[in-house]
Design a protein around this ligand. Structure first.
Ligand SMILES: NC(=O)c1ccc[n+]([C@@H]2O[C@H](COP(=O)([O-])OP(=O)(O)OC[C@H]3O[C@@H](n4cnc5c(N)ncnc54)[C@H](O)[C@@H]3O)[C@@H](O)[C@H]2O)c1
Length: 325
């Protein structure tokens, strides 16, 4: 016992000496040949890169509710994209080296003209896309080139019926868009509002971001030209176009009420005349009319005194705006 005790006290006596010589040799190693300076320099470089990189990376443009106030008076943008997010919904910056998680996105009306171009872009940026379409005006051929893609799904479904899905974003386009189509069955057109209600319900349930494609028709037969976002329109609630105009106005109201009362992150894009590949040739809209008549070597029809103005946008520009909105 005595011996043991002696040994332990001896080792205790030796330890501080051993430790101090170790730290002395470590210090002299670091100080030799400016090694410490290089270590500090390395730390400095690494930390400044991590601090600076997120600021240099490009960020998607996002208009917040406050930016909305600014857009009401500033230059007119086509389409008008209104963004309404809750305060803590700002996009988080990812550290360097961490890849952005691919999103699961639903596109209602994704087999239509605008929808199919949006689907092309979403898949190209690496997201998974579910298209919901009842093929009233859309065509399977518009998205047929994606059928073999494992990140693509096509569901034949009418949005007026609820559907349960796990998604991050919802682009709600499903609605007949041209007068020929929306007047064909006006009661069906106005009941499309139920589709908006279902999609907003889904967005609330799964916490998804919701984008509504609205229209310049929400201004009705406007008394102001060009129309600013601060203008609320001049709309006939009982006319032949009301099924579309009032339907979209109600859809906008629903989106805003879901945002205010349930905190759903919403975007409303008021689209003006869009043209491009896959648009329906005989939908009675001005660009398709001119193109169809030219192709058929017929004279082009101009209604009224020909002094009316329109705002046109190519479909790829519209899709970029929808993705950035
Ligand atoms: N193209 C334009 O110039 C324009 C202008 C203003 C607004 N918009 C809006 O953009 C969106 C897309 O327009 P588009 O030009 O691509 O029209 P589109 O007719 O080519 O596409 C609409 C799609 O929605 C589908 N659809 C319609 N009702 C549906 C329902 N109840 N359930 C499921 N699917 C349904 C159709 O089959 C079609 O595929 C529409 O919401 C429209 O109101 C378009």
């Amino acid at each position: 016992m005595k011996q043991l005790h002696r040994q332990s006290s001896l080792s205790k006596q030796h330890r501080p000496h051993h430790r101090s010589s170790l730290s002395r040799s470590l210090a002299s190693y670091l100080l030799r040949e400016h090694r410490l300076l290089f270590v500090l320099l390395g730390f400095l470089l690494a930390s400044s890169f991590f601090l600076l990189y997120p600021a240099l990376a490009p960020h998607p443009i996002s208009l917040s509710s406050s930016a909305y106030a600014a857009t009401t008076t500033s230059a007119i943008r086509n389409p008008r994209v209104f963004s309404f997010s809750t305060a803590n919904a700002s996009p988080r910056r990812l550290p360097v080296g961490v890849r952005k998680k691919p999103l699961r996105v639903v596109v209602t009306g994704g087999a239509g003209f605008v929808g199919s171009h949006l689907v092309d872009k979403l898949l190209a940026r690496g997201d998974s896309v579910i298209v919901i379409d009842n093929f009233f005006t859309g065509r399977k051929e518009n998205v047929a080139h994606h059928l073999a893609n494992p990140r693509f799904e096509l569901i034949r479904h009418d949005v007026v019926e609820p559907i349960l899905l796990e998604v991050d974003q919802i682009y709600h386009l499903a609605c007949p868009a041209s007068p020929v189509h929306y007047k064909f069955n006006p009661i069906k057109t106005i009941t499309n509002v139920m589709g908006t209600l279902n999609m907003l319900g889904l967005a609330k349930r799964v916490g998804a971001r919701f984008l509504l494609t609205s229209t310049s028709e929400v201004y009705g037969d406007p008394l102001e030209h060009p129309q600013k976002e601060s203008y609320w329109g001049h709309v006939n609630p009982i006319g032949v176009r009301s099924c579309y105009d009032e339907g979209k106005r109600t859809a906008e109201t629903l989106a805003m009420d879901y945002h205010r009362s349930a905190g759903v992150e919403v975007r409303i894009a008021r689209i003006f005349n869009t043209y491009g590949p896959r648009m329906c040739l005989d939908d009675g809209r001005v660009v398709s009319n001119f193109v169809a008549q030219t192709l058929r070597k017929q004279p082009m029809t101009v209604y009224g005194d020909g002094k009316q103005t329109r705002s046109f946008q190519y479909v790829s520009d519209l899709v970029l705006d929808l993705l950035m909105g």
